[in-house]
Write a protein that binds this ligand. Structure first.
Ligand SMILES: [Zn+2]
Ligand SMILES: [Zn+2]
Length: 381
């Protein structure tokens, strides 16, 4: 798929007419029934839209590494069946009686959360991802502020979400390639935006996977000079293709030394434990390193001296708020930024998961929801 294609393709088939449905509707889906089940066809019941709800016919859903961990029970605490997917793009099919800002047929998106408390300081500041009572994840979360059911994600033909957590997908964005913006895009946009990266700033990106490739594109669109750090010389050409100005082999101490004091901010997307101290030395005074990957084992210790000597900030960051996610989507539409994707059908999901774990994707798989089939007569979830 060509990134940045200006005109979205027409829908493969007409949207189902659900406007007369009274109760829950059934959607075809793929999900896990146990940690070792792989992804299998399932049927999920979606609630009839309440006053503030938007019902969406899913067109595309990105495959995120979190989906793999969650469906395989690697983070624990799961209930099954579990239908993953939090990079959702589709069209509005119905709206609740109190919704006047979304219309049927409009292209919309849903990211990593579908609700939050809406009252705490974080929520009132538009930082719902840091909700003090906990945001409601798009899948695998107890929808405590709604019907109490466990949320089920976007590997499905439809989803119903409160309008306050629905994003607009600008028509200029290719809908399939825009899906990964809803997690990978906002996760990298938010720290760059928070740091107020602008024309002429020097940005480093550690790791060149789903997150890293978005960080390169977004930082370039913000006008930054971008340096990619990678452990593999084989990724040099790919990094330059994405727009990187410099590529540094992070396993080469001389190359790391040569990058001394060259950067203002680093977006570190690597989830495996790794030594950050050599990266701190590539930052200038008042630089910052944002760590986005969450390693399952301890990281090598940070040397406080490398922070102190240059007043460097070592920070984390988690996705972005709803308002900022919309800002990111509008920014990406304006600058023609989308993800590089490989479109897969439902029957390729398990293979895609194995390839993601092996790092064999450039750079994001996206599920074509038109391949999910039709729902059974009775819901599994
Ligand atoms: Zn994700
Ligand atoms: Zn809150």
């Amino acid at each position: 798929m060509t990134p940045g294609r200006p005109v979205p393709p027409p829908l493969a088939k007409p949207l189902p007419d659900l406007t007369d449905a009274a109760g829950p509707t059934l959607a075809a889906a793929y999900g896990a029934t146990a940690p070792d089940s792989g992804l299998v066809p399932l049927t999920v019941a979606r609630r009839a839209p309440k006053a503030d709800d938007v019902e969406i016919a899913v067109e595309f859903c990105g495959l995120c590494h979190s989906d793999v961990h969650a469906s395989r029970g690697e983070w624990g605490g799961n209930t099954y069946p579990l239908i993953p997917g939090h990079e959702i793009v589709g069209r509005v099919t119905r709206v609740g009686s109190a919704v006047d800002d979304f219309t049927v047929g409009e292209r919309v998106g849903v990211g990593c959360m579908v609700d939050s408390c809406r009252e705490c300081e974080s929520c009132l500041d538009g930082l719902e991802q840091y909700c003090e009572k906990g945001m409601t994840g798009t899948y695998g979360a107890k929808d405590a502020r709604n019907d109490g059911a466990v949320t089920q994600g976007g590997y499905a033909t439809s989803i119903v979400v409160d309008r306050n957590y629905v994003l607009r997908i600008p028509e200029g964005l290719d809908p399939a390639a825009a899906a990964p913006l809803l997690c990978a895009g906002i996760t990298t946009f938010s720290p760059l935006n928070h740091f107020e990266v602008e024309e002429g700033d020097a940005v480093g990106v550690v790791g060149l996977g789903g997150l890293g490739h978005m960080a390169v594109k977004i930082a370039k669109a913000m006008g930054a000079e971008v340096t990619v750090f990678t452990t593999s010389e084989r990724k040099f050409a790919a990094a330059r293709e994405l727009g990187a100005d410099h590529v540094v082999l992070s396993t080469d101490p001389a190359a790391m030394e040569a990058a001394d004091r060259s950067l203002d901010v680093i977006i570190d997307t690597v989830a495996a434990p790794h030594d950050l101290n050599p990266y701190f030395r590539t930052l200038r005074v008042d630089g910052a390193l944002f760590q986005l990957g969450l390693p399952s084992e301890a990281m090598p210790p940070v040397n406080p001296g490398s922070l102190i000597r240059r007043r460097i900030a070592y920070a984390g960051s988690l996705i972005g708020g709803i308002e900022e996610t919309q800002e990111m989507l509008d920014f990406c539409a304006e600058h023609g930024v989308v993800s590089d994707i490989e479109l897969v059908g439902a029957d390729q999901l398990n293979e895609a998961y194995d390839r993601m774990v092996a790092g064999d994707v450039k750079y994001r798989f996206v599920l074509d929801a038109s391949t999910l089939g039709t729902p059974a007569e009775k819901a599994d979830a």
